[in-house]
Design a protein around this ligand. Structure first.
Ligand SMILES: *Cc1c(COP(=O)(O)O)cnc(C)c1O
Length: 353
């Protein structure tokens, strides 16, 4: 690849886009620089106008909301459901107003959002659904891949994701040719015309002020290689997750285990735990690396202070921030590793009053 001299937006990227279209069933896959850029481009391509409001769950990665600002819109937060991590349709209906035009369900951790209910509330309120499916490769709702349940979605290939590159990369997924053409142009300085090979046929005129969000071919090459074992990796993750669930069920101190909803993928294995931070410190001292994904809910992030939220506004999101802990989960992990982690958790709670 270094010798052929085509490092960005080249043949490997086009090949990866086709392979991902085959894997997900998307009519269009547009390879870009990151999952965050994919969200920005998707929102713009789906017709977001300056000042439009987008309903976003208060419990998510920051990019779900910052992408709205970067695209020129305004995030409006909603709570998540009490028994999962998906946006609560009742909360969406409560916060949506005259300027609200989109809702962004986020498929977090190992489960799909209850999408039928989200689509239903979106239809009633006249909102366009754009999915933050950055974590959701391999997740399918009755056969339809995440990201294709509304107007479009995204994938992130950040190294820690289920399908990870060796740097940043992402993609827009859609079945809508207009969204696809606009996202395609926006990633490349607003130039319309989808081709490679020194871009014959591509317009040198800029139809829209766009970005430079092209994907590197080296990332595409890595992803193409890893895509061939993605389903085997996902199956291995599921077996490890089942082992965790078996060992952690009914353990004192462990408040909640991931619920098995159909169509999910164990991108991470997230539990809810009493004294979560102390447990994480205990595990760290035993050489077990855990992760608190979102310690601060989005509505209380300093960058959204001007929206005027206070603690207590979205209790389910705030509870999730306090109690969730991601345990180690990766395909090369052994069942003995899972047993070691669970043994350390058991020891921690046994030693407490
Ligand atoms: C990872 C992630 C993103 C952003 O993807 P990047 O490739 O890191 O920019 C957005 N939303 C969610 C929910 C994510 O997990």
């Amino acid at each position: 690849m270094i010798e052929n001299g085509k490092y960005s937006h080249g043949h490997k990227v086009a090949k990866l886009e086709s392979a991902l279209a085959a894997y997900t069933g998307a009519r269009f896959v547009i390879g870009v620089n990151s999952g965050t850029d994919a969200l920005v481009l998707l929102l713009r391509a789906a017709g977001l106008r300056p000042g439009d409001e987008v309903v976003v769950p208060a419990f998510s990665f920051i990019a779900s909301a910052s992408s709205v600002v970067l695209a020129g819109g305004r995030p409006v937060f909603a709570d998540i459901e009490p028994d999962g991590y998906g946006i609560d349709p009742a909360s969406v209906a409560a916060v949506a107003g005259d300027r609200t035009r989109f809702v962004m369900p986020v498929h977090l951790f190992s489960q799909l959002v209850d999408i039928d209910r989200v689509l239903d509330v979106a239809w009633r309120l006249g909102l366009t659904v754009v999915e933050d499916s950055a974590e959701a490769i391999g997740m399918r709702h009755r056969g339809t891949h995440a990201g294709l349940l509304g107007a479009g979605g995204v994938l992130s290939f950040f190294p820690t994701k289920t399908l990870g590159a060796i740097g940043d990369a992402g993609a827009v997924l859609t079945n809508d040719p207009r969204i696809a053409d606009t996202a395609d142009a926006l990633r490349h300085h607003g130039r319309f015309g989808r081709t490679i090979d020194n871009f014959p046929g591509i317009s040198t005129e800029t139809g829209l002020p766009g970005m430079n969000s092209k994907m590197d071919d080296i990332q595409a090459a890595v992803l193409l290689a890893k895509l061939t074992r993605l389903d085997a990796d996902i199956a291995r993750r599921a077996r490890l997750a089942a082992h965790y669930t078996e060992l952690l069920t009914a353990l004192p101190g462990v408040r909640k285990l991931p619920a098995a909803r159909p169509g999910g993928v164990f991108y991470v294995y997230v539990i809810e735990a009493e004294a979560r931070d102390d447990l994480a410190a205990h595990l760290s001292a035993q050489g077990v690396q855990t992760e608190v994904y979102y310690p601060v809910p989005l509505h209380l992030q300093p960058c959204f202070r001007d929206l005027g939220h206070r603690s207590g506004d979205f209790p389910n999101a705030e509870a999730a921030c306090r109690h969730t802990l991601a345990l180690p989960l990766y395909p090369d992990m052994s069942t003995a590793d899972v047993e070691k982690v669970c043994g350390s958790i058991r020891d921690f709670y046994r030693g407490r009053p």
